[in-house]
Design a protein around this ligand. Structure first.
Ligand SMILES: NC(=O)c1ccc[n+]([C@@H]2O[C@H](COP(=O)([O-])OP(=O)(O)OC[C@H]3O[C@@H](n4cnc5c(N)ncnc54)[C@H](OP(=O)(O)O)[C@@H]3O)[C@@H](O)[C@H]2O)c1
Length: 281
């Protein structure tokens, strides 16, 4: 019986699909464009739009477990415009239950919302996966690094416990396939707190070239997000999140033990940088 992975083409989802398939599970990978997606051999690609529950019947049909995003990219919005919380959360969870799903892992967006609420109210075994900033956010720097050798970000002093997407996926995989994770809310952080300048220094080493760091003011950072099409609410959330050392420290203090859940220690940013160095060359 397959495990359905939503967000299967994304930073976390592609690791989750790969890890589940490598462990011998049947995997069904949801994407809005199955023809464009490339999944490992044996993985079943299925089309569907999370904004439209009627498009998801084939995806849920016969699945025993589901990894569910709690937000989606609305149609007709620019890619940088940000995500919105999934509407129809109750309907989606009810569909899953009726289709025979027994377990769900929900990937939060930085705060719990309607999907997490609906999962908790469902009859499913639920696990909420609550990562802090992904290491993959550094991919947003790739073009400036390639063309100008620079990273521009605000808040040089704030250390983020950035977490590797493969570790987030491994926790979701454990929740979907193992015992003892039902009813758990796992805050996930990486193994060390790193400021952006420290991340840039690690990236420089991996890429083999000096990368400069230029600190933006808060206003410059907000303008940049506005130019990408983001709304004020999203901008306020992101600025508030990234400016707040106390929030980072709270996440780190609350964090679940990734090694205990997955059987291997959390990956360091140096590993992520080595894996992705070519994107910055
Ligand atoms: N970046 C961070 O620091 C951070 C921190 C905490 C939580 N998160 C959350 O983690 C989640 C996953 O992020 P990610 O970086 O792995 O994803 P991503 O690389 O941004 O990719 C987005 C994924 O969502 C899917 N998707 C978007 N809209 C969809 C829709 N309407 N219907 C079906 N699928 C849709 C896309 O599938 P297709 O395009 O193939 O259809 C793609 O697989 C996001 O909800 C994000 O808010 C991110």
């Amino acid at each position: 019986m397959p495990i359905l992975v939503t967000g299967a083409t994304g930073n976390v989802g592609r690791h989750l699909v790969g890890q589940l398939a490598a462990a011998g599970h049947r995997v069904r990978a949801l994407t809005r464009d199955p023809d464009a997606a490339a999944f490992p051999d044996g993985v079943e690609a299925v089309g569907g739009d999370l904004a439209d529950p009627s498009s998801l019947k084939a995806a849920f049909d016969g699945a025993t477990a589901v990894h569910l995003l709690s937000s989606h990219q609305p149609a007709n919005e620019p890619p940088g415009a940000g995500e919105v919380a999934l509407a129809h959360a109750g309907e989606l969870l009810a569909m899953a239950e009726q289709a025979g799903v027994r377990r769900v892992s929900v990937l939060w967006t930085g705060a719990q919302g309607p999907v997490e609420e609906a999962a908790k109210q469902s009859g499913l075994e639920w696990t909420i996966v609550q990562p802090g900033n992904f290491m993959a956010n550094a991919r947003l720097w790739a073009e400036d690094v390639r063309t100008e050798g620079v990273v521009r970000e605000p808040f040089a002093q704030v250390a983020h416990y950035v977490v590797h997407e493969a570790d987030i996926a491994a926790v979701a995989a454990a929740a979907l396939t193992g015992e003892g994770h039902a009813g758990k809310e796992y805050t996930l952080v990486g193994p060390e707190g790193l400021t952006v300048p420290q991340q840039v220094a690690i990236l420089s080493q991996a890429v083999g070239r000096e990368i400069r760091y230029e600190e933006l003011t808060e206003e410059q950072a907000e303008d940049r997000m506005r130019e990408l099409g983001m709304g004020d609410e999203d901008i306020d959330f992101i600025v508030g999140w990234n400016a707040d050392q106390a929030n980072e420290d709270r996440l780190a203090a609350e964090a679940a033990d990734i090694a205990a859940i997955t059987g291997r220690p959390p990956r360091a940013f140096a590993q992520w940088a080595a894996e992705h160095a070519d994107a910055f060359r």
